[in-house]
Design a binder for this molecule. Structure first.
Ligand SMILES: [Ca+2]
Ligand SMILES: [Ca+2]
Ligand SMILES: [Ca+2]
Ligand SMILES: [Ca+2]
Length: 538
């Protein structure tokens, strides 16, 4: 714990200079829709119980360094596609039998639950949530019974996980939506969320209910106050709760979970909460959080603690930073937007985080925009964000829900996948500063895979810090958030023009590694008490 607090304070000084620079217009990364050519086809369909969700998961289950894709299909079966893309080339996938082909799925998150080094999958479904154990070579089998996991029979719409102190298995949080039996009068029928803690020796204890539930559409375990422990943020849909609000649950080892209160600084906020994304935007060590909603989206920044314990006091800076994204930026529809998945990544590798927001009308809500293109907001050097969706080539007319930015062809440029409601999914290849026929690299980058020897193998809860060109960037390793969509794998940092950088890891539990030099355009495996080791495809 102490390591972390010290690190955060030191870095304040290192990054304070950025605000004074005059803004540079960011370079636009170009995206090319390669869905059909890549061999990807899937549709998310269904009525009432599938109006939310529609997620995609990215994870590398054959250890070639390229992520596979699993698309949930609503009433259709989920579809799994093995990644066969040539490195740096056009996207190529092949639908393969994985064991994950379940209907009724609306969200998917990869996670190594049993710590055997093979990724497992959590599939959120209308009905039972199912845990799938990875068997290797991209085969999976149902594990609810083996792991004593009670999957319930709810409308399961959100997921996050953390490893509590001393535990080899993760604590799982499942968010639920409306009471499925109350479709005629759904208002005020939000069902409790559930927290599953590991049983001694593996598997799960019966779930603890997180009450009241306020119709959760996104959850994220995140170390918001840099205490060394991840608490649970829940974003809730005001459309269906009565007397509800956004929630932050204190989840501490050996204690019953409890929601933070207004007395502790957690101010009531009512939004149509759909997705959460966190990132340390200011270099002060604390993550800010985007909360997607209908009309204006929120960007919550922690009030700097003035001595004493850090309190969960947030102020909205979305307007000041240019991230409200409250109505379509092309197409002329003046109605407000409906936003779902949110994710911070650096798509143009300039060292500044960018913000991806997937949008789409719930269905036929005429008071909201019908043509509501996804946003790709580029971070600018003056800390504001500027829209690039149209120039980037991603401004479409489909009703988006889940999505991901993830490097699908291993070239250090983050590509894009989106699930659309009652429509085809889409994948785009990031061709940098070039075009479809002539991709051109954009900026430098470095990617990391933190690995621990056992238990929490993927180091969920760790922070990776990268120092380059006089700035420090940092990322928290989390599982959850976004909208119904998860990924686990290489952690990407844009480096601008820097050819060298330094990296260190604040491991879960508080130990900090020493700063170590790394070269741009390279992938490294990071392990405790070892120097970074370069990774190359077999
Ligand atoms: Ca792979
Ligand atoms: Ca596993
Ligand atoms: Ca950027
Ligand atoms: Ca790429």
């Amino acid at each position: 714990m102490r390591f972390r607090r010290t690190g955060a304070a030191l870095l304040l000084a290192a990054t304070a200079a950025t605000a004074a620079e005059s803004p540079r217009e960011p370079a636009v990364a170009h995206f090319v829709d390669e869905t059909a050519a890549a061999g990807i086809f899937s549709r998310f369909e269904g009525d009432w119980e599938y109006m939310v969700g529609g997620g995609v998961a990215a994870f590398d289950c054959d250890d070639d360094g390229l992520p596979e894709l699993l698309f949930t299909g609503g009433v259709n079966k989920a579809r799994f596609f093995k990644n066969q893309s040539p490195r740096g080339g056009s996207l190529q996938f092949k639908e393969t039998r994985s064991g994950l082909e379940t209907p009724s799925a609306l969200g998917a998150y990869p996670i190594d639950i049993d710590g055997d080094g093979r990724l497992d999958l959590v599939l959120l479904r209308v009905g039972e949530t199912v845990l799938y154990r990875g068997l290797g070579e991209c085969r999976f089998e149902r594990a609810n019974e083996a792991w004593k996991f009670e999957g319930g029979n709810q409308w399961n719409t959100a997921f996050s996980a953390t490893w509590e102190a001393g535990q080899a298995w993760p604590t799982l949080a499942i968010g639920t939506y409306i009471d499925r039996t109350r479709q005629d009068e759904p208002w005020g029928t939000c069902t409790p969320n559930r927290l599953y803690r590991p049983a001694p020796g593996g598997g799960y204890l019966p779930p603890v209910e997180l009450k009241p539930g306020f119709c959760a559409l996104s959850m994220l375990f995140t170390d918001w106050g840099r205490s060394g422990v991840q608490d649970l943020r829940i974003s809730n849909d005001r459309e269906y709760y009565k007397g509800g609000q956004e929630q932050l649950w204190r989840v501490r080892s050996g204690e019953a979970p409890r929601a933070y209160t207004a007395t502790e600084g957690w101010a009531p906020l009512q939004i149509w909460g759909m997705g959460i994304a966190g990132h340390d935007l200011d270099g002060d060590g604390y993550p800010s959080y985007v909360l997607t909603s209908m009309a204006d989206n929120k960007l919550q920044k922690l009030e700097p603690p003035a001595g004493g314990p850090v309190r969960p006091v947030y102020r909205d800076v979305a307007f000041a930073r240019g991230t409200t994204a409250h109505r379509p930026y092309v197409g002329g529809d003046v109605h407000p937007s409906t936003a779902w998945h949110a994710q911070f990544e650096d798509v143009n590798n300039d060292g500044l985080a960018d913000l991806f927001i997937v949008k789409g009308n719930v269905g036929g809500m005429a008071e909201f925009a019908m043509i509501d293109p996804n946003n790709l907001l580029l971070g600018r050097s003056d800390s504001r964000f500027v829209e690039s969706g149209q120039q980037a080539g991603i401004a479409g007319a489909r009703r988006g829900r889940g999505g991901l930015l993830v490097d699908l062809n291993g070239d250090g440029l983050l590509d894009m996948a989106v699930v659309n409601h009652r429509d085809k999914v889409q994948v785009w290849r990031n061709v940098g500063g070039g075009a479809a026929a002539s991709p051109r690299p954009m900026g430098r980058w470095v990617e990391f895979r933190p690995l621990q020897p056992e238990g929490n193998r993927d180091a969920v809860g760790a922070w990776i810090e990268v120092r380059a060109a006089g700035r420090v960037q940092r990322r928290e390793i989390t599982i959850g958030g976004g909208h119904a969509s998860g990924q686990l794998g290489w952690v990407h940092f844009g480096l601008g023009e820097a050819r060298q950088a330094q990296v260190r890891v604040l491991w879960p539990g508080g130990a900090a590694s020493d700063w170590a030099p790394v070269a741009a355009d390279t992938r490294y495996v990071l392990q405790p008490q070892k120097a970074p080791s370069t990774w190359k495809p077999k």
